[in-house]
Ligand binder design. Structure first.
Ligand SMILES: Cc1cc2nc3c(=O)[nH]c(=O)nc-3n(C[C@H](O)[C@H](O)[C@H](O)COP(=O)(O)O)c2cc1C
Length: 442
C-alpha cells in the first residue's frame, strides 16, 4: 500500500485547497448531478468548548469535597408566565428530534432515558407519538414551521411548547425527510402521502416578522390555559438580536442551537457553511438577556450544538446557559455508530464512528429508520437504560468540575472560572486567554 511518506518521497504533494475530500466531492457531484444530503452536524474544526479550561480552586478560592459536600444540579425552566414551569433534576435535556427521522422505539427510548434521570425530552417535526408521551415525564412539544403532526390536543398533552424558528445545522432552511423514511404511519401523522420526499417549510406560514411571534405565543398560551412554558428555538446566527426579539415576544425560555448542532438530513453545504459556532453564540445570548434584565431570573437560556460530556455542560453553564440540550450524543448513547454494527456500516460504504446517512433510512442500529425489520433490532428499554447512564455520567462530570471550582450548585459556575487556550475562543467566548487578562475585541 502506498503511504503518504512514499508519496512525499516520489515528490507528490496533496493540495490544501483541493484535498482528497474536496476532489471526491467534486467527482461525486459530477457523477450524480445531485447535491449531498446527510445527517450529523458540522464536521469542520471550529472553536469549541475544548478551547476553554476551568480554573480549579486552590488558594484564592475554596474547593468542595467530592464525597461529602453537596453540589446540586436542578433547574426550573419557564417560570416567567407559565402556571406550571418545568422542574428538572439535571440541566441536560434531550433536544427535539422528529418521529420520521427516528424510529418509534428510538423516540420511546429517549423518553425512558430522560425520565429515569428527571429531565425532559422533546418531540420534533412530525408530531407526538403515544409511546413517547407515555414514557416521558416531561415532554416538550415542538411547534414547527412545517406544522407536520401539529395537533391542538397534543399541545395540551405537552408539558411545555417549543416554537421552532430555526436549527443550528441549517438556520434559514427547512427540514428534509426522504421518501424511503415516509412509512404509512409517518405519512399519516404528517397528513402527507407515503413514500414521497418531504421538505418542510423554512419559516412559519403565518408570520412575516417578530410581531407575529408575539401573537403566536399568546395564541399558544390561550390554547393551553397559560399552564405551559413557551420556548423559542433559534439557530445561531444574529443571536443577540434574535434573543432580544424572542424575549420581547414573550418567550419563557430561549433555545440557541449553534452550528455544530446535529440534523437528520440537510444539504452538506448548508451544514458546513451557514451559522455561528455554539461558543460564539452563548455570550451574545447572555448579553441580550442581561441587557433586558432577565438573565438567570425571568427567562432561561438552553444551549445546544456539539455538547458531548460533563465538561461541555459545565462550560456552557459557566458562560451563562441555564441548561443544555443534546441530540447527536443522545443517539450515540442509544447505540448509534456502535462498533457492534461495524460490518454493516461498511456494507453501506461507511464505518462505525463515521455513519451520518440518517436520511437513507438503512441505519443498522435501528435508530434513524422506519424500516420495521431494522427498527425491531433496537430495544427501547435497553436504549433508555444506556441513555440514562450517559446522562448520569455527564451530570457527575459537571458536578466534579463545579465542586473543584468551589460551587455548591452547577449554576454557580461563572465566566471567571474559565480561561481560553486559543485567541479565537477567547474572542468568541469573551473569556481571557490563559495566563493573561486579554479578551480580544474588548
Ligand atoms: C436525528 C435528528 C433529528 C432532528 N430533528 C429535529 C426536529 O425535528 N426539530 C428540531 O428543532 N431540531 C431537530 N434536530 C436538531 C436538534 O433538536 C438539536 O438542535 C441538535 O441535535 C443539537 O445539537 P447536537 O446534535 O450536537 O447535540 C434534529 C437532530 C437530529 C440529530
Amino acid at each position: 500500500m502506498t503511504t503518504s511518506d512514499d508519496r512525499a518521497r516520489a515528490g507528490l504533494r496533496e493540495s490544501a485547497t483541493f484535498d482528497r475530500a474536496t476532489i471526491a466531492a467534486i467527482q461525486r457531484a459530477a457523477d450524480t448531478g445531485i447535491y449531498d444530503i446527510r445527517g450529523w452536524g458540522a464536521k469542520r474544526p471550529l472553536p469549541h468548548f475544548d478551547d476553554l479550561l476551568f480554573l480549579g480552586a486552590s488558594m484564592s478560592r475554596y474547593p468542595l469535597e467530592g464525597y461529602r459536600e453537596r453540589c446540586d444540579t436542578d433547574v426550573v425552566l419557564g417560570g416567567g408566565h407559565a402556571k406550571h414551569p418545568l422542574h428538572l433534576e439535571i440541566p441536560v435535556t434531550i433536544a427535539g428530534m422528529s418521529f420520521g427521522a427516528l424510529s418509534g422505539p428510538a423516540k420511546e427510548a429517549l423518553g425512558r432515558g430522560a425520565s429515569a434521570v428527571g429531565t425532559s425530552t422533546t418531540t420534533g417535526d412530525g408530531g407526538m407519538t403515544p409511546e413517547e408521551r407515555g414514557q416521558s415525564k416531561a415532554l416538550v412539544y415542538q411547534y414547527l414551521p412545517s406544522r407536520y403532526g401539529m395537533n391542538p390536543d397534543d399541545l395540551r398533552k405537552a408539558d411545555a411548547i417549543e416554537v421552532v424558528l430555526g436549527q443550528g445545522a441549517k438556520p434559514g432552511g427547512g427540514g428534509m425527510l426522504l421518501g424511503q423514511k415516509i412509512s404509512d404511519r409517518v405519512a399519516g401523522m404528517r397528513t402527507l402521502p407515503a413514500g414521497i420526499d418531504q421538505r418542510s417549510a423554512c419559516r412559519h406560514p403565518d408570520w412575516t416578522g417578530p410581531d407575529d411571534l408575539t401573537i403566536k405565543i399568546n395564541e399558544l398560551r390561550e390554547i393551553t390555559d397559560w399552564e405551559k412554558p413557551i420556548y423559542v428555538k433559534v439557530g445561531a446566527t444574529r443571536t443577540y438580536y434574535d434573543v432580544k426579539l424572542a424575549v420581547h415576544a414573550g418567550a419563557d425560555v430561549v433555545v440557541v442551537d449553534g452550528m455544530q448542532g446535529g440534523t437528520a438530513a440537510t444539504q452538506e453545504v448548508f451544514i458546513e457553511h451557514v451559522g455561528v459556532p455554539t461558543l460564539a453564540a452563548i455570550p451574545q445570548a447572555v448579553q441580550a438577556l442581561q441587557e433586558l434584565g432577565v438573565h438567570r431570573t425571568g427567562v432561561q437560556l438552553i444551549v445546544s450544538g456539539g455538547i458531548r460530556n460533563g465538561a461541555d455542560v459545565a462550560k456552557a453553564l459557566a458562560l451563562g446557559a441555564d441548561a443544555v440540550a443534546i441530540g447527536t450524543a443522545a443517539l450515540i448513547a442509544l447505540g448509534d455508530n456502535h462498533p457492534r454494527y461495524a460490518a454493516e456500516y461498511e456494507k453501506l460504504g461507511s464505518a462505525a464512528g463515521f455513519y451520518d446517512d440518517f436520511q437513507d433510512g438503512r441505519d443498522p442500529a435501528g435508530i434513524s429508520t422506519q424500516d420495521p425489520e431494522l427498527a425491531s433490532r433496537f430495544d427501547p428499554v435497553e436504549g433508555g437504560r444506556r441513555l440514562a447512564n450517559y446522562l448520569r455520567v455527564m451530570t457527575m462530570e459537571a458536578q466534579t468540575i463545579a465542586r473543584a471550582c468551589g460551587k455548591a450548585h452547577v449554576r454557580h459556575l461563572e465566566p471567571e472560572d474559565l480561561v481560553a487556550i486559543t485567541i479565537e475562543a477567547a474572542a468568541m467566548a469573551r473569556i481571557p486567554l490563559a495566563g493573561t487578562n486579554w479578551i480580544p475585541g474588548t
